[in-house]
Write a protein that binds this ligand. Structure first.
Ligand SMILES: [Zn+2]
Length: 290
C-alpha cells in the first residue's frame, strides 16, 4: 500500500511537473512572439515621427515654430512641393489676408516688408525722406535718400536710352493712404478695393521705398504697353529696384499685377530676386535666420 501510494504520488508529481513544464514552454514561446512585435511597432512609430520632422528640417529655411502650420498646410495643399509649403507658411499664406498680422520689422532698412500680413503703424515715417528732382518725377515726390538717388540714376539712364521713366507716386503717409483707400472703397466696395489698394498701414508706399512710374504719354496703368516697361524689365535691378507685384505671383503677393509699381531693395538683393524669379515675400521667407 505504501509502495503503491508512493508510485501514485510520483505519477501525480510527474504529471504536475509535465503540466508546469508545458505552461512554462508556452509562456516562453508567447513571450518570444509578442515582445519583438511590440518593439517593432514602437520603433515604427518613432521612425515616422523622426521622418516627418526631418522632412521639413531638410529645407534650410525651415522654422521650428511653424512646424504645426507646415503639417496643416501640407494636408490642404498636397500638390505643392516641400519647399513651397515651407515658403508659403513662412510668408503667412496659410492664413487669410489681413489675419494674424504683425508689425513690420527691419524698419528703416531696404528689406522692410509691408504686405497683407505685415503693417506699419500710424506714426511710422521713414528717416531721410528726400524730394526726387522734378526732371525725374512729378513735383513733391519723395523717397528715402538711398532709393531716391538710385531712382534718379535709373531715370537718367533711361533718358539716355531715349525713354521716360518718371515717378508719379512714391512716399505716401498713413493719412494719405487712409483717404485713398476710403475713396476706393466708396467707389468699388471693400472687396474690390482690397485687391488693388492697400489698407492704411499695409501700403508699401509708406516705406518711402516704393515708386509708381509712367512714361509721360500713357496713364501709369498702361505702363506695360510702353517701351519703358521693357527697359525696366531689363534694367531696373541694376539700380536696386524690383517689379513688386508680377503677373505670375498674384497668389504670393496678394496683389493684382502692377506693371508700374517698383520697390527699392538694394542692388545685390534686386539681382538675386530677379535671377531666381522671386518676390520680396519669397526672398525673405527663404532667408535663413541666424
Ligand atoms: Zn504703387
Amino acid at each position: 500500500m505504501i509502495k503503491l501510494g508512493d508510485n501514485m504520488k510520483k505519477k501525480k508529481l510527474k504529471r504536475k511537473f509535465k503540466i508546469i513544464f508545458t505552461l512554462i514552454i508556452m509562456l516562453i514561446v508567447l513571450l518570444l512572439i509578442i515582445v519583438p512585435k511590440q518593439t517593432e511597432e514602437h520603433k515604427g512609430k518613432e521612425n515616422t515621427k523622426v521622418e516627418e520632422k526631418n522632412k521639413y528640417e531638410k529645407i534650410s529655411y525651415y522654422r521650428k515654430e511653424n512646424l504645426d502650420r507646415y503639417k496643416e498646410y501640407e494636408k490642404e495643399n498636397k500638390n505643392l512641393s516641400l519647399e513651397e509649403i515651407i515658403t508659403n507658411v513662412n510668408i503667412g499664406l496659410d492664413n487669410p489676408y489681413y489675419t494674424n498680422t504683425l508689425p513690420s520689422t527691419n524698419l528703416n532698412t531696404n528689406l522692410i516688408l509691408v504686405n497683407k500680413y505685415n503693417y506699419l503703424t500710424e506714426d511710422y515715417v521713414p528717416e531721410n525722406l528726400e524730394n526726387i528732382q522734378t526732371t525725374y518725377a512729378r513735383s513733391g515726390m519723395q523717397l528715402v535718400k538711398e532709393a531716391k538717388e538710385a531712382f534718379e540714376e535709373l531715370s537718367e539712364s533711361a533718358k539716355k536710352d531715349g525713354m521716360n521713366v518718371i515717378a508719379m507716386s512714391s512716399y505716401r503717409s498713413y493719412d494719405y493712404q487712409v483717404n485713398l483707400y476710403n475713396n476706393y472703397v466708396a467707389e468699388d466696395g471693400k472687396e474690390a478695393a482690397d485687391k488693388y489698394s492697400a489698407r492704411p498701414g499695409y501700403s508699401e508706399h509708406q516705406t518711402g521705398l516704393a515708386v509708381d512710374v509712367y512714361n509721360l504719354d500713357l496713364p501709369y496703368t498702361s505702363f506695360e504697353e510702353t517701351e519703358e516697361f521693357n527697359w525696366m524689365q531689363e534694367n531696373a535691378y541694376k539700380y536696386g529696384f524690383i517689379l513688386r507685384f508680377p503677373e505670375d505671383k498674384v497668389d504670393i503677393t496678394g496683389y493684382q499685377y502692377e506693371s508700374w509699381h517698383y520697390r527699392y531693395v538694394g542692388k545685390e538683393v534686386a539681382k538675386e530676386i530677379k535671377d531666381k524669379n522671386l518676390t520680396l515675400e519669397e526672398y525673405l521667407a527663404k532667408k535663413v535666420e541666424n
